[in-house]
Design a protein around this ligand. Structure first.
Ligand code: TXE
Length: 500
């Protein structure tokens, strides 16, 4: 039932050239200081598509020096907010003009369906920069009614040089979530991309300079985590670090920040989000939404609805239909029209997903469908559904980050609240019900940074996103994201006449 071998044998050639592979430091493309490069791959085949400059501590040093200079000497933080906003809007226009190449490059390097890159992620990227450009001239402090004979006000100032480390699952969107608020607030940036997906960030950073961004304001370094990433997190001249990735690496980043200069850290980490289908649910709709909640982006979403809790009254019908839907899922060359699922990002992630599938089978969960790789090359995995999943099974506890749906049965609301919250994560949750009371009870009780009611994965530039518990620290997007990139300065001035 899968769209298989034929589609995978005859791959579509991506309609884009790879123009930028060097690091972008101080407004110029440069080789790595060591002269080294590393390969970046096409996940459809595992073939190398380009060799990219391999940045390490030395390149991070150079990039931080450029960002420091651009911050301390300007012009970026000293420009009027309106001028910054104009450059960000011009950048968004240029991205729009280059959308076709960027969507092709995103899919080529990441493996996500081209329709998703072109119709959803590029428009969202542009929307995010419009949103943050709008904030640039609306950031202001307060006057404070303090006791005593003083006039008190706060200035909201940029924090300085921001170090940003992003993952590979949404290379462009993660760029926008990090770079947008930092630039709107007047900071300068050193961004380290994920080693799997360096290409689109270099392309858009080049467009930013064409739009008028001064040199040194946005520096992009490609490279590995333990070298380039760690150097950025521990750099004494970086004033703030923002990270998205695994919980284990998040802990390392926090430790490096603490051990160096105590820079503030925001973290957006892993998840094991519950998606709760109540007894009054329209089963067909619930199946479709739960399927989307888990399988979207090859299951490579930090907020994936990866524990599907189904009320016992609708459980059997749900399983039957969830299995049928997974079997209908179209897997294949992500450049082909109608393909819903491309390959996993790389061999590590592919092996990890298959390992969890084996663990599910060994722990006696019922394998309803899938369970293996698809085809013989690249990193394609069959859409997989497990039923009869118990809370203590590995597949119910760990973040699999792949197309593997785990379905669990529940009896009543109190029980499902307790079980849904029984996790070290708390990124997101989904609730599916016709009852307002049930929805309100669940949304209050669930310990997660986002609760989607009768919907899932609704992302919007204005909606804050982030985790409770070990899913992270801080919020991205929306007004909340600006706080990550601002310092508050209290200014206290004596009054001459106490009466005033
Ligand atoms: O993550 P890492 P990986 C989860 C998901 C996935 C697992 C492992 O479960 O299977 O993490 O993926 C940089 N100092 N998520 O190995 O290592 C690295 O170069 C500083 C969830 O890709 O966290 C990359 O840029 N930086 C997630 C970024 O951290 C370091 C998205 C993420 O890589 C570093 C991705 C170090 N010592 C994976 N080591 C989400 N929350 O969306 C690595 N990095």
């Amino acid at each position: 039932r899968f769209s298989t071998a034929a589609a995978l044998e005859d791959l579509i050639v991506p309609p884009v050239q790879i123009a930028y592979t060097q690091n972008l430091i101080d407004g110029k493309f440069v080789d790595a200081a060591s002269g080294k490069t590393f390969p970046t791959y096409d996940p459809r085949t595992g073939d190398v598509i380009a060799n990219v400059a391999e940045g390490d501590a030395e390149d991070i040093d150079r990039a931080v020096a450029a960002a420091r200079k651009a911050f301390d000497e300007g012009p970026w933080p000293k420009m009027t907010p309106y001028e910054r906003s104009r450059i960000m809007l011009r950048f968004a226009d240029l991205v729009e003009k280059h959308s076709e190449e960027l969507a092709a490059l995103e899919t080529w390097n990441n493996g996500k369906p081209h329709e998703q890159s072109a119709k959803s992620e590029l428009p969202m990227f542009i929307r995010l920069f419009h949103y943050y450009a709008g904030w640039a001239d609306k950031i202001h402090g307060l006057t404070v009614p303090a006791d005593g004979l003083h006039h008190v006000q706060t200035l909201h100032e940029p924090i300085g040089v921001a170090g940003q480390i992003i993952p590979w699952n949404f290379p462009l969107i993660m760029f926008a979530w990090k770079v947008g608020p930092a630039l709107a607030c007047g900071n300068t940036i050193v961004l380290k991309t994920a080693e799997q997906t360096p290409l689109t960030a270099l392309y858009v950073a080049k467009l930013f300079h064409e739009a008028g961004l001064p040199p040194g304001v946005l520096n992009v370094v490609s490279g590995y985590g333990p070298t380039a990433g760690a150097a950025l997190a521990s750099h004494m001249d970086v004033d703030k670090v923002a990270f998205t990735g695994s919980t284990d690496t998040g802990k390392i980043v926090l430790e490096l920040a603490a051990k160096s200069n105590l820079k503030p850290v925001t973290l957006e980490l892993g998840g094991k989000s519950p998606f709760i289908i109540c007894e009054d649910a329209d089963v067909d709709k619930a199946v479709e939404l739960a399927h989307f909640a888990l399988f979207f982006n090859q299951g490579q979403c930090c907020c994936a609805g990866s524990r599907t809790f189904v009320h016992e009254r609708v459980y059997d019908e749900f399983i039957e239909k969830a299995k049928a839907r997974a079997l209908r899922r179209v897997v294949g060359d992500p450049f082909r029209k109608g393909v819903e699922q491309g390959p996993q990002i790389d061999t590590e992630q592919f092996e990890k997903v298959l390992r969890y599938i084996r663990a599910g089978i060994e722990s006696n969960a019922t394998l309803e469908c899938g369970g293996d790789r698809l085809g013989t090359k690249g990193y394609f995995v069959q859409p997989t559904v497990f039923s009869n999943v118990m809370d203590d099974m590995l597949i119910a506890k760990d973040e699999i980050f792949g197309p593997v749906q785990s379905i669990l049965k529940f009896k009543d609301i109190d029980e499902v609240i307790r079980r849904a919250n029984n996790t070290r994560y708390g990124l997101a949750a989904g609730v599916f019900t016709k009852s307002v009371e049930t929805a309100s009870t669940l949304t209050r009780a669930l310990r997660a940074g986002t609760v989607w009611v009768n919907c899932f994965d609704v992302f919007d530039a204005a909606i804050p996103f982030g985790g409770y518990k070990m899913s992270g620290i801080g919020r991205e997007k929306g007004i909340y994201s600006l706080h990550n990139y601002l310092q508050v300065k209290a200014v206290v001035t004596p009054l001459k006449n106490p009466a005033w």
